[in-house]
Design a protein around this ligand. Structure first.
Ligand code: PRP
Ligand code: URA
Length: 209
């Protein structure tokens, strides 16, 4: 079974509280999502392999460590996942970015795929799928199916807010995919929204409500 990590760093928790508030407008919401994505990127990359290199400082020769050339790809689930891309890339600027476009059918709550574009060397990359919300879990499961169908092997899933129902569905469907979240909420409501959640992440990010 996959592991679930809740990032409870005070800065992440503080910013998530601001993100949740209905009084936070689009501009601030977008900036905060970006910042939390960066903080989460810092945590999720803790296990990146290092290699030792020799360099010259102005004073002496030194053996020091750099990231071991591991190829990383991030895959935002469109649309709302886009809001986390820049924050992540500020920390890992060399990561390639794939895209999976999905929307939740408002009646069935099932994800509908409308776009997929991944880096060409899918099989050699480690991927992190990113989306602010893990609600029923349908979108995350489908996005990861899409990656696996195209040859991806090592995948993590990162989101801001998750419902227990979505975590369980994702763990059942993809027991090899660890889940990284900033907050684990109480439940889903009858419309498939996370309670207390933050509302509709895409609408709040892009001001479309
Ligand atoms: C939201 C969110 C997730 C999905 C989560 O996207 O960004 O992708 O819902 O719900 P699920 O776990 O029940 O599948 P939405 O479908 O609203 O599309 P958008 O990002 O284009 O707004
Ligand atoms: N998608 C959202 O944007 N918010 C939710 O609470 C659930 C799905």
């Amino acid at each position: 079974m996959s592991k679930v990590y809740v990032f409870d760093h005070p800065l992440i928790q503080h910013k998530v509280t601001l993100i949740r508030s209905k009084d936070t407008g689009t501009k601030e919401f977008r900036a905060l999502v970006d910042e939390v994505a960066g903080l989460m990127a810092f945590e999720i990359t803790r296990d990146l392999p290092l290699q030792e290199v020799e360099i010259q400082t102005p004073v002496a020769t030194a053996k020091s460590k750099v990231i071991a050339g591991k190829k990383l790809g991030i895959v935002p689930i469109l649309r709302a996942g886009l809001g986390m891309v820049d924050g992540f890339l500020q920390l890992v600027p060399a990561a390639k970015v794939g895209h999976v476009g999905l929307y939740r059918d408002p009646e069935t709550l099932k994800p509908v795929e409308y776009y997929v574009k991944l880096p060409t060397d899918v099989e050699e990359r480690d991927f992190i799928v990113i989306d602010p919300m893990l609600a029923t879990g349908g979108s995350a499961v489908e996005a990861i199916n899409s990656l696996k169908t195209r040859g991806a092997k090592n995948i993590k899933f990162m989101c801001l807010i998750a419902a227990p129902e979505g975590v369980e569905i994702l763990q059942q469907a993809h027991p090899d995919v660890d889940i990284y979240i900033a907050a684990l909420d109480e439940k889903l409501n009858d419309h498939g929204y996370i309670v207390p959640g933050l509302g509709d992440a895409g609408d709040r990010l892009f001001g479309t409500k």
